[in-house]
Design a protein around this ligand. Sequence first.
Ligand SMILES: [Zn+2]
Length: 402
Amino acid sequence: MLKKFFAFYLLLPAAFVMAKGPVRLQNIRYYAYAEYTRVVLDLSANLKISEKVIKRGDGGRLFFDLKNCRFAAAYPPDKKNEIQIKAGNLKQIRLGRLGRQTIRVVFDFDQIGKHSRFYLTSPFRIVFDIYREATFVSHAQEERQPAPETAATEGNLPGGRQPGAPSAPSIARQLGLGVHRIVIDPGHGGKDPGTVNRTLGLKEKDITLDIAKRLNSILNEHVELEVILTRPRDDYVALEERAAIANSNQGDIFISIHTNSAPRRTARGIESYYLNITADPRAMEVAAQENAMSSKSIAEMRSILDQILQNSKIAESKILAQYIQENMVGNLKEKYAAIEDLGVKKAPFYVLLGAQMPSALVEVSFLSCVDEASRLADPAYRQAIAAGLYLGIINFIQSLGK
Ligand SMILES: [Zn+2]
């Protein structure tokens, strides 16, 4: 499923935070592909940088200095300051000391087109997204064109037909909308269980994976679209790795699946999010929880977010979130009582940062609510959620032709 995806870990040190003194460079991780590379620097504390890019001939170099920074004890491994990579467009990473307190980091690329950089906290990370070409064009954008008239009458799926009923072979193909790949992200996984309902013995990571698999099956059954799961099993995948998987696979739609939780045990309902800044304290709380950080640190991200958001598909993502929300709620209401529609909201979710395609994060129900948690324990409820997600995706694809 992820054959194009190569994640290399240079080193996985135990995270430690220095109380005082210089910041430590603990690790450099990279996700390298032919057209796109995401590089992540793990640091012991906050450190702001400004990078320089040099383009020359058929190569390119990006470099920056980490001031008041030293190597962590176990980094780089074997004290090798030159790391040969030759995966995707990233050829090598070089590390050098400038005096006692500065580390210079150099990335050598085959070619550098567009690039962006942002910071994540808890723990502190610097993330670079580097593209080979100057502009990244998703398939959906590239090939978007009006739907043929005949298809519009046949493509009557959402609203009317339920998944499970016989369907036309390929809605996307009929409509000629150029949506090829859907990337589904089952939230959490491995050492990160997400929200846990101890009374019922339910973990968010298991529920999100199950819903993702059900959605995958429905999509495979009804449409000729390639579906990619960021984790097909109970694996730990870092938040910043998930959008990297979507970008590297040139996904046309990216959906991250989660279950909600709130201190108030009676809180219930379904809500969908798209990436943006928000003043809504409740939305901030949800983002803080999913980002595994405090709302205060999210507020501090504001200026970085402004920059990233300029390169994000906010308008399309909002429409995607609306279709998904509407169809999830509609589909569940047909079979279940007391389904609460909490609507479409915006918030700064790490997992969506840097995604180059329309993207949404769904909170399918509250695992902290007794009633909704017992529903989530029932495969029929999870199937109904997956069906709603499917209908939302198809509705969104159809809307592209309008
Ligand atoms: Zn979650």
